[in-house]
Design a protein around this ligand. Sequence first.
Ligand code: AMP
Length: 417
Amino acid sequence: MIQLIKGFKDVLPGEIEVWQTIERAAKETFENFGFQELRLPIVEKSELFSRSIGDTTDIVEKEMYTFEDGKRGHVTLRPEATASVVRSYIQHKMYAKDPIRKFYTIGPMFRRERPQKGRYRQFYQIDAEVFGIDSPYLDAQLIFMLATLLEKLKARDVKAHINSLGCPCCRPNFQKALKDLLDAKKESLCENCLRRSEKNPLRVLDCKVPSCREAVEGAPSILDHLCDDCREHFETVKAVLTENGVDFEVDTRLVRGLDYYTRTAFEVLTTSLGAQNAVAGGGRYDGLVKALGGPEIPAIGFAIGFDRLAEIVAMQQTIEADGPTLYIAPLGDAATNKAATWAMQLAANGVFCETDFAGRSLKSHMKRADKLNAAHVLMVGDDELDRGVAALRNMATKEQWDLPLDGLVETLVDRFN
Ligand code: AMP
C-alpha cells in the first residue's frame, strides 16, 4: 500500500468543512475591503524566489523544492505567494491602469522543512497583497482586516505582534549597532547565525537557538534607530490600530524570515498551537516591485497559515457538513425509476437530494436517510404510485404529508428553495 509522503497530508470530509468555512469567510471579508482574487502558478523560475526572498533565508538556503526543467533551467515549487503576486503585477503591467491594486490568493506552498505538528512540507496560505499605497493607514487597515477575519471565524487566543523594520535609510544604522554586539558575542552564536551576522544580522534576532537568544538579550531596539519618517509611520499604524480596537503588542524582536520587508512587520500568534505559534505573518515591502524589475511602487501584504488557522477553528468550534435536504426512498422498481429522475431534477434545480437504487426495504431506507442526516424523506411505493401521491416526512418533527405526483418536482423545488 502506497502511503502519502511525510510532511504532506490529505484534507478529508470531517475536516474540509472547516477549510471551506475559512475560505468563504476570507473571500467575503477581503472582497468587502476591495481585494480581487488571483490564481497563480505553483511553479516559478527559481530565481524569482532567490532574488525576492533573499539568499540568506532558511527558505532559499535549504527549503526550496527545486528541479531542473530542461531549457527552462531551474524551477521551484513556490514556497510563498508574495514573489509570484509581485511577478504577476509587474509582468502584466497592472500598475499602468491603476497602480493601486489589492489582491488575494489561496493555495498550496512547498517548503522542505522538518515535518512536525503544525509544520508541513505542503501547506496552504491565504495571501493578501496591496500595491501603490504607502500610507500607514493601509498598514493598520490590513491588520484590521486580518483581525476581522479571525473574529468572524471566532478564533480565540490570537494576538497581533507588530514592529517596524525601518527603511534602507535608517536600517543600516541599526544593523551596524546589532552587528557590533554580535561580533562581541560570536562564541555564543549557532553556525547559521555566525554566517548571518555577516550578511543579515537582523535574522539573528529571529533565531530560536537558546544561546543565540541569550546573546541578543541586550540587543539594541530597532525602534530606537528609526528615521523620523519611519517613526512617524509606525506611530500612526499603532494609533489607528488602537483607535479601531485591534488588540496588538509591539515586539521589537519581530523581524520576519524574509529579506524584503521594510517598515511595518507583523505576525499573528496564538497560544493554542504549541511550538508552531504563528498563524499569519506579513509586512511592508516597499522596495520589492522595483527590485524585481517593476517601477518604484510601495506594497504590503500578509499570509495566513491556512492549516494552522483550520486547526484553531476546529479546536474551538464544531463545523459539520449539512445532510441532504431530501432523501427519496423508493420501494419497488417502478418507484426507483421515478425516484432516479426526480433526484436528478431536484439536484439540478438547487435542492440537495439523495436517493438509493439498491431496492432497499423501507426500514433500510430510513436507516440510510438517518446516516446521511437527511432533513426530509420522500417515500413512494406501488401503492403511492397508484394513488398518484408520495409521502413527505420531516425527520425532525416527524410530521408527514401526501404530495401529488403531478408537478412533484416543482412543488419540492418551491418548498425547499
Ligand atoms: P511565512 O511566510 O513563513 O511567514 O508564513 C506565513 C504563515 O504560513 C505562518 O505564520 C504559518 O502560519 C504558515 N506556515 C509557514 N510555514 C508553514 C509550514 N511549513 N507548515 C504550515 N504552515 C506554515
